[in-house]
Ligand binder design. Sequence first.
Ligand SMILES: [Zn+2]
Length: 185
Amino acid sequence: MDATLLLALPEGMLIEEVQATETSLSLTVRATHPTSCCPLCSGVSSSIHSHYQRTLGDASCAGRQVQLRPTVRRFYCRNLICERKVFTERMPRFVEPWARMTIRLSEHLQAIGLATSGRGGMKLAVRLGIQSTRQTLLRRIMALPDLPEESVLYVGIDDFSRLVWSALRHDLGESRNASYRGSAA
Ligand SMILES: [Zn+2]
């Protein structure tokens, strides 16, 4: 079976090398699509400017921590009226442009943080083969958008955790603003 399917990697991503230990997997991967779209003008380009390697945390696999090392390409934008002369290829729905982890790992950390209300979340993450820090876990929860009030019909444990975190974030923002106002006065 194709390992990219097994690991649910995005279509067009090729695994070039796998380094495995008892507790971790490190995958060197690259995109195989010959072209990429400029994020500014959506123009298609096949003119490669350069390559560089990113390191991304990914969702664990059978209890092993997973690290992806994609070789990322930078393309020339050939649209003469586009302001972006060089752009980096994107992996939409898989990783944000400047993130250090995949979207699915971020979602796993958010789920752990919400289910444990942050307490013991790190122990659970380690048990599940997810490498992270307490600060990262908190940042992932704080990055969640607020729930629209009208969307809450039944409050499950995750919804309740999100509401608590939203209230906490709001209170922290208020207290920060108050201290800024106080220091400015
Ligand atoms: Zn462009």
